[in-house]
Design a protein around this ligand. Sequence first.
Ligand SMILES: Nc1nc2c(ncn2[C@@H]2O[C@H](COP(=O)(O)OP(=O)(O)OP(=O)(O)O)[C@@H](O)[C@H]2O)c(=O)[nH]1
Ligand SMILES: [Mg+2]
Length: 198
Amino acid sequence: MRIKQAEFVTSAVKKHQYPELGLPEVAFVGRSNVGKSSIINAITNRRKLAKVSNTPGRTRLVNFFNINGGAMLVDLPGYGYAKISKTEQAAWGKIIEDYILQSPFLKRFVLLVDARHKPTADDVAMLDYFRYYQKDVLVVGTKLDKLKRNDIRKNEKIIRETLGLAPEEKVIFYSAMTRENLQQVIDTVFAGILPEDE
Ligand SMILES: Nc1nc2c(ncn2[C@@H]2O[C@H](COP(=O)(O)OP(=O)(O)OP(=O)(O)O)[C@@H](O)[C@H]2O)c(=O)[nH]1
Ligand SMILES: [Mg+2]
């Protein structure tokens, strides 16, 4: 799978603002600062397509990116960022939930977890939520470059156990920095959504 074209389409908060091109959507979900915006830049090979920051809470809207004219990648706000008010956290939660429940074109979720850490209760709740709504889920462990080689197997086991993944459910560890396993991420993210021979 080759990404030939990528462009920002729009930012939205409410359903009437979502794009209506009818393209299948893949949404990136995860804690604040886990690397949701970075994975969109890595996949599209564009450094500044999605806004990345060291300050958690950078993405505050639902951002849509058109890929090869045939699919949308969706960058969502992160959850679990403690330094914002409860009211604001609830507002973000609602933006994420509305999108998950209301987008008619959403085909797949990519749950991002930090490859170094045990998933949080929020991550587990998110995954349960996707399962309940019978959405297709792929788990990606981010920041592989920061993980010691010796810890990879051990951490994958902890992540699988904490999230309760079945053996056939995939976890891919990757790095946006070194691009290790990036092609595998791209192929899996778009499997069944964009033609493979592109
Ligand atoms: N070393 C390393 N740093 C990464 C990687 N992916 C993301 N980062 C860094 O992690 C920080 C957060 O990345 P973002 O992509 O903005 O995270 P986000 O999940 O979009 O964050 P919010 O929008 O706040 O929810 C930035 O400083 C990135 O450069 C990676 O694979 N390796
Ligand atoms: Mg972001």
